[in-house]
Design a protein around this ligand. Structure first.
Ligand code: ATP
Ligand code: MG
Length: 253
């Protein structure tokens, strides 16, 4: 593929596109994963490709919630593996959260490719692979319902970047606390999750890692207070306001 010139005004965005299209060529990402990325790009454009203040707040609370969890799990799909495999593993190592492969279009080949990517990025243990007997998430059918007994099935807190609305809702119905990273504050996933970080995965994960490190030694009651004081609907509305321009004083209709 042609080299992207570093001085190109859309350099960062083009680098992400390149990663996504290479992952598709390598069989890591289903075609729909590329379309999902395009939808994300459009929202990122509207955010000014920056982490907005409501996302920073959600990241702090997400870090507190992960540290409070008994069995936190990070759910990894093709897009997440393609863009942020290293950060997922770093977050897992720093927070103690398990890593589970969970795909919308699950095929044994794709699962195996993602497993290898995660191991190459330093993962010691990966759940949701082909070697495991799967359980079914109540309320879901077919391969999309597969979850690991040790992982999502028994998790109390699940971080699902870029999840589909159906499954986010099924996780909530199964009494999980769901943290999502989704650029679209209007998606069903964003609306039904417990904590929604309206930001690009590639910006949000490094900040989440930093926040976990910062809050690690914090007293439990303080972390609980952070979670208690957070209202996802209010924060989502703040994110929408950011998109509509209130944080971009220079953007006039
Ligand atoms: P839902 O099923 O939750 O209603 P949807 O059907 O509109 O959402 P999906 O295709 O299921 O969307 O999921 C893709 C979602 O992932 C989109 O909301 C898109 O904005 C988001 N997304 C894509 N790329 C990224 C990224 N790099 N970081 C964060 N979010 C992203
Ligand atoms: Mg969807």
């Amino acid at each position: 593929m042609q080299e992207i010139p570093k001085n190109h005004p859309r350099y960062q965005s083009l680098i992400l596109r390149k990663k996504i299209s290479e992952a598709h060529k390598a069989g890591v990402l289903a075609e729909s994963g590329m379309i999902a990325h395009g939808r994300g790009e459009a929202f990122d454009y509207l955010l000014g490709e920056k982490t907005i203040p409501p996302a920073k707040r959600a990241i702090e609370v997400a870090a507190a919630q992960i540290l409070l969890a008994q069995n936190p799990v990070i759910s990894v799909n093709g897009n997440t593996a393609a863009l942020s495999a290293r950060e997922v593993i770093e977050l897992s190592n720093k927070s103690g959260a398990k890593v589970e492969i969970n795909l919308f279009y699950r095929t044994p080949e794709r699962v195996d490719k993602i497993r290898r990517m995660l191991h190459n990025s330093g993962a010691r243990k990966v759940l949701g692979t082909n070697d495991e007997d799967h359980l079914h998430l109540k309320g879901m059918e077919g391969p999309r319902s597969f979850v690991s007994a040790e992982g999502i099935y028994s998790a109390d807190v699940v971080l699902v970047p870029l999840e589909d609305g159906d499954r986010a809702q099924a996780l909530i119905a199964n009494n999980k606390v769901v943290i999502t990273i989704d650029l679209n504050p209007l998606s069903r996933t964003a609306r039904s999750s417990s904590i929604t970080i309206v930001d690009n995965l590639v910006r949000a994960l490094p900040l989440l890692i930093q926040e976990v490190e910062k809050l690690k030694g914090e007293e439990q009651y303080k972390l609980e207070e952070m979670v208690r004081n957070f209202n996802n609907q209010v924060n989502l509305n703040d994110s929408l306001k950011a998109i509509l321009g209130s944080y971009h004083a220079d953007v006039k209709p």
